[in-house]
Ligand binder design. Structure first.
Ligand code: AGP
Length: 608
């Protein structure tokens, strides 16, 4: 994840900006930069590598100035070079950015047609060019900034300097976190409270859609509809710990809310947003593969089950998925030139590692999707496909799961191209749909308050059923796992079509049935299963699009419903994961369990 700092002060800001960037090093980066106003002009210093390289540049060529912005960049598309390092700038605007601008290619074409010339191929430069464009059309700085932000689609956090406003920093947030810090005679902007901790513990988090203008002694926030709003100031409890809760009550809540940002970051590692195509790590070629074996444990296993549908649908590839604790003891007749893919957040799960070693001994090419790059599974894989979820502290896996899905979707699409099962046009359409997911996740998180209200009822249940079909069936399994592992309520996930083969005997008014059903080609069938439940006095909570909920409501009164943004049907698990995570989270909070450290569980099961 990238890191952002902004400071307006009475003293030189270069040093404090570097200190704030140091607090963001935990997010991972490979270049850094800073921009300040010097005698009214915007000046930049950037360097590849660690902050020490930037400090050396500044030692040789210091930057004065009382207003500035800084950035640590984790290179995704665009190599870690000085030219790709932030801040990106035009002569009158400088910007630092964390996230993805989904529509930047179209904006770039529009701006180039309007005569603007670009220095890089990054989405970030488009932001600076867009603000400059509106300035050039006679808009005042704040109006130019507001118009530019209104054009941006995607999940992002940005900080901007605009010439002739040398006492201000402009900020905007959609999906990626951004906080304002106040202290006497200085104003700060940072990606999280930890970055602001050296300067202040008075932290005000911007909400999605907010834009802000900061001066040395005050700040004004406008919400997504343009109204001036007040946001709550919190006293941050950040101590010296590397990762804090970011103003949330639990790490799990923070990690659910980080998904828009980190899924975007994971996608950036595999997607070329200009050409709308996937770039796989070296050495991964599915063209001659006859069968793919996927194995993992727990939530990671459910990610593998979802990927099975994708590899079959997009790549025409036969897939076997099994839990690692079973696979490791089977005598699997692995195919010649087979690929075995392992999914693990920690990269240390004993069963997954054992299954990997068994397949390696049988000459399978080992591919690993891991969140901890220096882990054992990462080291023993032939090809590492990293997720960029950042540290996941909560025992219940959330952001790692959606980042695993993001990486798996990219790999399956690329496999489809390699096996000539997907046209370039279809790849571009799927990539475009993937680039919308971070924003859709942010919108799904917007249902938090409504979901919290529902969970007061669910927390009284002894048993809960989750139903889903197709790619939503593993989502139902994951929802049941989330609920039982943190709220200790017994829950089962079932394929909706399986209900009448036994489980429907469980149904009565005391068993909530949570139905995961995007309005896709299987929607009607799932809804008819749901109506069978309702006809027997069961109470159903439907998670679907607004259209799906309206259609399902015609056949009977839903107990509850949770609307989810419209999403490419096969990619639905990336977004539908959010409501099932939130249902489990708020139910556990209502029950007063230890959400981050549930009883009997460990974050990484490194023993059999
Ligand atoms: C998920 O919420 C659980 N904490 C657990 O099932 C976890 O997914 C499983 O232990 C696998 O861990 P890994 O991804 O680190 O291999």
């Amino acid at each position: 994840m990238c890191g952002i700092i902004g400071i307006i002060s009475k003293q030189s800001v270069a040093g404090p900006i570097l200190e704030g960037l140091t607090r963001l090093e935990y997010r991972g980066y490979d270049s850094a930069g800073i921009a300040t106003f010097v005698d009214g002009e915007i000046k930049r210093r950037r360097a590849v590598g660690k902050l020490s390289a930037l400090k050396e540049v500044l030692a040789k060529d210091p930057l004065s100035g009382l207003v500035g912005i800084g950035h640590t960049r984790w290179a995704t598309h665009g190599a870690p070079t000085v030219i790709n390092a932030h801040p990106h700038a035009t002569p009158d605007v400088a910007v630092v950015h964390n996230g993805i601008i989904e529509n930047f290619a179209d904006l770039r074409d529009e701006l180039m047609a309007a005569g603007r010339t670009f220095e890089t191929e990054t989405d970030t430069e488009t932001i600076a060019q867009l603000v400059s464009h509106y300035l050039g059309r006679g808009n005042k700085p704040e109006a130019a900034f507001a118009k530019a932000v209104a054009r941006l689609k995607g999940a992002f956090a940005i900080a901007v300097l605009i010439k002739n406003c040398s006492d201000q920093v402009f900020a905007a947030r959609m999906g990626s976190p951004l906080a304002i810090g106040c202290s006497d005679g200085a104003m700060f902007l940072g990606s999280d409270a930890y970055a602001l901790a050296p300067f202040t513990n008075r932290v005000t988090y911007l909400l999605d859609g907010d834009r802000a203008v900061l001066t040395q002694n005050e700040f004004t926030i406008h919400d997504g509809t343009g109204n001036v709003v007040q946001r709550e100031e919190q006293i941050s409890d950040v101590s010296a710990t590397l990762v804090d809760k970011g103003g949330h009550r639990h790490f799990m809540a923070k990690e659910i809310h980080e998904q828009s940002e980190v899924v975007g970051h994971t996608l950036s590692a595999y997607v070329d947003p200009i050409r709308r195509e996937i770039r796989l790590p070296e050495g991964l070629d599915f063209s001659g593969v006859t069968r793919l074996t996927i194995s993992a444990c727990g939530t990671a296993y459910f990610a593998g089950l979802i990927a099975k549908y994708w590899f079959e649908e997009w790549a025409g590839l036969s897939v076997e998925v099994d839990i690692a604790s079973e696979l490791r003891y089977r005598h699997v007749p692995y195919p010649e030139k087979g690929v075995a893919l392992y999914i693990s957040q920690s990269g240390e799960t004993a069963d997954t590692l054992a299954a990997l070693r068994d397949a390696k001994a049988q000459k399978q090419q080992i591919v690993a999707i891991v969140n901890v790059p220096e882990s054992t599974i990462s080291r023993e894989a032939d090809v590492l496909c990293p997720t960029h979820a950042g540290p996941e502290i909560g025992v219940a896996s959330t952001k790692a799961f959606t980042c695993q899905l993001a990486a798996l979707a990219c790999i399956a699409i690329a496999a489809g191209r390699q096996r000539n099962k997907l046209t370039a046009k279809k790849e571009q359409a799927l990539v475009a749909a993937l680039l919308e997911v971070p924003r859709q996740i942010a919108e799904a998180i917007g249902q938090s308050e409504a979901i919290e209200k529902i969970t007061h009822e669910i927390s009284k249940a002894q048993d809960v059923l989750y139903l889903g079909r197709g790619v939503s069936f593993p989502v139902a399994l994951e929802g049941a796992l989330k609920l039982k592992e943190i709220s200790y309520i017994h829950a089962e996930g079932y394929a909706a079509g399986e209900l009448k083969h036994g489980p429907i005997a469980l149904i009565d008014e005391n068993v909530p049935v949570i139905v995961v059903a995007p309005d896709d080609r299987l929607f009607e069938k799932t809804v008819s299963n749901m109506h069978e439940v309702m006809a027997r006095g069961g109470k159903c909570l439907l998670i679907s699009s607004k259209k799906g909920i309206a259609l399902a409501s015609r056949g009977g009164t839903l107990w509850e419903s949770v609307p989810v943004p419209d999403v490419e049907p096969l990619l639905a698990p990336l977004v539908y994961a959010v409501p099932i995570q939130l249902l489990a989270y708020y139910t556990a909070v209502a029950k007063g369990t230890d959400v981050d450290q549930p009883r009997n569980l460990a974050k990484s099961v490194t023993v059999e």
